[in-house]
Design a protein around this ligand. Structure first.
Ligand code: CA
Ligand code: CA
Ligand code: CA
Length: 385
């Protein structure tokens, strides 16, 4: 009997399909999405030397989707890279609401580096985001969240649409970009929501105030630690991904620049991220993300505190809320708690027979909930637990 089950489960795995990836740009051969045309001509690079010109090229460093990435080498300073006007990306851009993830690998060190995103089309013209997105300033790989949600989305009928990347660095830099994709907030799990209090956060250099379900931070500029935030289950939740997300509101115009690192403190010691994340300074509400893949994580059942290292070029005010983890999908985890167990099996059984608009119980994504989904959960039983 058991032997038969294993054979059947094997067939179930073969029948599984993966959900379509929501990738906007992947830089696969031969498509550089038009950006390559924004590099300097070869004869110019030869004349000034290749360390002193802008090069945009297909690469195999920092690849996280497919076989290629986009390399950008530049002597420092700012330049727009503009995509071609292919309207095929419009549905995904509209679906994203203007929030994207992208993987970026840097191979040089610079004092600072960031980029800004613009849209351009025939209906609404050129518009660019207020919040700079982070680029790594040390040799490392980061998943970066781009929040361009304040920009008017393209119309569904747009006949052309361009995404501009305004690259900037405080020195000669080299980055590799891949897998520009839709950010999905429903994949996050809430950790610290400041529902009743500051959840342990305190500071010697900033004034922290509980403000109607959020944490208001004001400080006179410079670098400042906010220590000690935590909540039940936070240590385990940190293991389910590598990206911490939070909502940041700027109530009034701030200084010229601001950024943040984080640290985790736990039984294994204190460790902090190397690449500061750009913080907003223009009034508005934003979503930011910190990639913590390089940090040592706490024991899942142990204690951990989150510390926010904020920095600014002058006095600044921030309202921080909804600190959460973007969780990696666990195959067969129907209810999204990170573990495939009886609860997931029951969820599929209760939804069995669903033929349209099925929920996560449609594990293999074929539009119906049937024995294939049950087998998929059985096959993954115990994953993540
Ligand atoms: Ca790619
Ligand atoms: Ca589960
Ligand atoms: Ca199914």
């Amino acid at each position: 009997m058991r032997h038969n089950w294993i054979w059947v489960l094997g067939m179930g795995a073969l029948l599984m399909t993966s959900a379509p990836a929501q990738v906007i740009f992947s830089f696969e051969d031969p498509d550089m999405h038009g950006y390559a045309a924004d590099g300097d001509p070869d004869d110019y690079c030869q004349a000034v030397g290749y360390d002193y010109c802008w090069q945009v090229f297909q690469a195999t460093i920092g690849v996280t989707d497919g076989s290629y990435s986009m390399g950008v080498r530049w002597p420092g300073g700012f330049r727009w890279l503009i995509s071609d006007g292919n309207p095929s990306i419009v549905p995904l851009v509209r679906q994203s609401g203007g929030k994207f993830l992208v993987d970026v690998t840097a191979t040089r060190s610079v004092p600072w580096s960031n980029f800004i995103v613009s849209y351009n089309d025939g209906q609404y013209g050129w518009r660019q985001a207020a919040l700079q997105a982070t680029l790594p300033r040390t040799p490392s790989t980061m998943t970066v969240l781009i929040d361009a949600s304040a920009l008017t989305l393209p119309d569904a009928s747009a006949s052309w649409f361009q995404i501009g990347l305004g690259m900037n660095a405080g020195g000669a830099h080299e980055v590799y970009i891949d897998n520009l994709r839709v950010y999905d907030d429903s994949k996050t799990r809430l950790a610290i929501a400041f529902d009743n209090d500051l959840q342990g956060f305190n500071s010697e250099c900033a004034t922290l105030t509980w403000n109607n379900g959020a944490m208001q931070v004001s400080w006179s500029g410079g670098f400042c630690w906010l220590f000690g935030g935590t909540t039940d289950g936070f240590a385990a939740l940190l293991h389910r991904g590598h990206i911490l997300v939070m909502d940041v509101t700027v109530p009034s115009a701030g200084p010229a620049w601001s950024n943040m690192i984080i640290s985790l403190n736990h039984a294994g010691g204190w460790n902090q991220t190397a690449n500061p994340i750009e913080l907003p300074t223009a009034p508005g509400s934003y979503t930011i993300a910190v990639d913590y893949r390089d940090l040592n994580l706490p024991d899942p059942s142990g204690w951990v505190t989150l510390n926010l290292g904020i920095n600014a070029g002058g006095a600044h005010n921030l309202i921080i809320d909804n600190i959460r983890v973007l969780v990696e999908p666990v195959a067969g985890d129907v209810n999204g708690d990170g573990c495939v167990d009886d609860a997931d099996l029951l969820a599929v059984l209760f939804a069995f027979g669903c033929g349209s608009d099925c929920g996560p119980e449609d594990v293999n994504g074929d539009g119906v909930v049937d024995d294939a989904d049950l087998l998929a959960v059985l096959f993954a039983f115990g994953n993540g637990c």
